[in-house]
Design a protein around this ligand. Structure first.
Ligand code: HPA
Length: 274
């Protein structure tokens, strides 16, 4: 058995001691978006990351650090209230462990959300962006090291990371709800510092529409497991050099609260169909 797979089995056993809930969807809630689990789910069980042996625990603000199990409509969902980031000092293997575990719990679709800086000139703070593709060149791959055949193959295809049908569904639901949903390419940087204006000009040149410090590595690990992925960024601020003011963590968390209503309606409407 592979080393990571063994860690995952130990973690799965610990979760199964607390709940036998089998989710169809795994939802990761980004910075400032964690309230979704408290307001929009019929909660059945909760498991704190601290109760799972070998599990990374988030130190990031706005991240609680637990799985919440329950229903959105009739869809069984496990929700990550809090994720860990590469900038916290964890290896990529640890960073993506919680998402991989949702896959092993039974989730067929992983729904990734985050707060991100807007690079595209058409974006404003408070926009929602459907992730169409990603750039992950600036952080190590979570698949580095011996491949574990239990999880996936050595050289996974990445030509359609964010599932086409799920993107169509998201756009349809946004239209029905009258919510404007932008689309674009998400780029992950190492963090924890925000980018410089020169770095943002560079990211714009290489095709990024939004920038953040999570998600792309998680999408790589989940795509490796051949799960379906959907991703939505909350544009919490305009990126450095585009924004007239310095970037702050408070701004990012506040923006999450400001978009909570439309974020919640859209995520709920999409998950109800899964
Ligand atoms: N840059 C990187 N990560 C972020 C940003 C940003 O501007 N906003 C929210 N997360």
């Amino acid at each position: 058995m592979g080393k990571v797979y063994e860690r995952l089995q130990t973690a799965l056993t610990a979760v199964r001691e607390k709940t036998d809930f089998v989710p169809r969807v795994g939802l990761v809630l980004g910075s400032g978006l964690g309230d979704f689990a408290d307001t929009s789910m019929e909660v059945v069980a909760e498991v704190s990351y601290t109760d799972i042996p070998g599990f990374p625990v988030s130190t990031a603000p706005g991240h609680k650090g637990r799985y919440v199990f329950g229903y959105v409509g009739k869809t069984p969902v496990v929700c990550m209230q809090g994720r860990v980031h590469y900038y916290e000092g964890y290896d990529m293997e640890d960073v993506v462990l919680p998402e991989r575990l949702m896959g092993l719990m039974g989730a067929e679709t992983i729904f990734l959300t985050n707060a991100a800086g807007g690079i595209n000139a058409d974006f404003h703070a408070g926009d929602l962006m459907l992730i169409t593709d990603q750039i992950s060149f600036f952080t190590p791959s979570p698949l580095r090291g011996a491949n574990e055949g239990e999880l996936g193959n050595r050289f996974p295809d990445m030509s359609e990371i964010y599932d086409r049908d799920l993107r169509k569904l998201a756009l349809k639901k946004a239209g029905e709800l009258g919510i404007e949903l932008k689309q674009g390419v998400y780029c992950q940087t190492k963090g924890p510092n925000y980018e410089s204006p020169a770095e943002i000009r560079f990211l714009k040149t290489i095709g990024a529409d939004a920038v953040g410090m999570s998600t792309a590595c998680e999408a790589i690990a989940v795509n490796h497991m051949k799960k379906k992925i959907i991703g939505i960024s909350c544009i919490s601020n305009l990126a450095a050099g585009i924004s007239p003011t310095p970037l702050t963590e408070e701004e990012v968390l506040e923006a999450g609260k400001a978009v909570a209503e439309k974020f919640t309606s859209l995520v709920t409407a999409i998950i109800e169909e899964l």
